[in-house]
Design a protein around this ligand. Sequence first.
Ligand SMILES: Cc1cc2nc3c(=O)[nH]c(=O)nc-3n(C[C@H](O)[C@H](O)[C@H](O)COP(=O)(O)O)c2cc1C
Length: 307
Amino acid sequence: MLKIGALAIEFPTVLAPMAGLTDRVLRQLTDEIGGCGLLVSEMIAAEGLRRRNRRTLEMIAGPPRPTRAPQFIQLFGADPEALAEAAAIVSAETGYAGIDINMGCPVPKVVRSGAGSGLLRDLPRLGAVVAAVRRSTRLPLTVKVRLGFSQVNVLETTKIIEQEGADAVAVHFRLKSDGYTGSARWELAAAVRANLRIPLLGNGDIMTLAFALEKMKSVDGVLIGRGALANPFIFREIAGQETGEKDWGGYVRRLAALIAEHYPERKRLGKLKAFTRFLVLSRPGTRAWKKRRTSPRRAAFSRRPSR
Ligand SMILES: Cc1cc2nc3c(=O)[nH]c(=O)nc-3n(C[C@H](O)[C@H](O)[C@H](O)COP(=O)(O)O)c2cc1C
């Protein structure tokens, strides 16, 4: 069992935060399927929450039904006071079980503002952010980082995060400068873990049960992002729970029903496409098929009358 602060978590697996994807629909459905220990929201702007921006409040509006697994809100921002105020709002006014701080986002606009992975190259600010949020909330607090900005400094960052009072740290084993390219460098997990007293959660490229079980030996828990979209049954598999004949049709139908419940009509197809994109790409042969279908030469060829 994984413990984050006072919170005991049944399974050492986490649905990784993904902007535009880990909304209440995907969190609820992942929870319904079962086997996942913790669900993390999309990244939420601390400034937006502090100002009670209508769209931000909509994004964090509580899940319609309580989930079995606890749910955390992920906040992003560069100003320690804004993050602290946002964390206080989450604690006092929502039912979320904990807070995660984003220190990994590589999106240029976010990095330029000093937030996301921008914090990995400003260690005084990184420490001030964790300290301010720690002071403002008693909820379990985690921080998600990358290995570093353009150079590995994960031993330093995770130590500061621990010293400033976080309850666990999640590491995506890539640099900011890697984006999503190359392979996650899991070989660094052992050194990071040996340097910490709080739990270490590892993240990056977990797509299969075998890969997950292998990597779980070197960390206290794992975050799974794209792999959970490609195979929504992966948490059950890791938990050793029966998956039977995986009911892909049932999964997509339930997804569509939850989308219809929570989104206006004009947004529904886009949402369904976003959620199912990885599902389709993970099927054998579909990558090649998609490439053939979308190549301009192929498209031109297919317009010729057949003989
Ligand atoms: C579409 C997409 C959106 C993401 N949004 C976030 C986010 O909001 N916050 C965050 O910390 N990480 C975000 N990530 C990174 C993931 O949480 C995770 O670190 C990364 O995808 C590597 O893990 P994976 O190989 O299991 O997907 C995002 C990733 C993807 C693919």
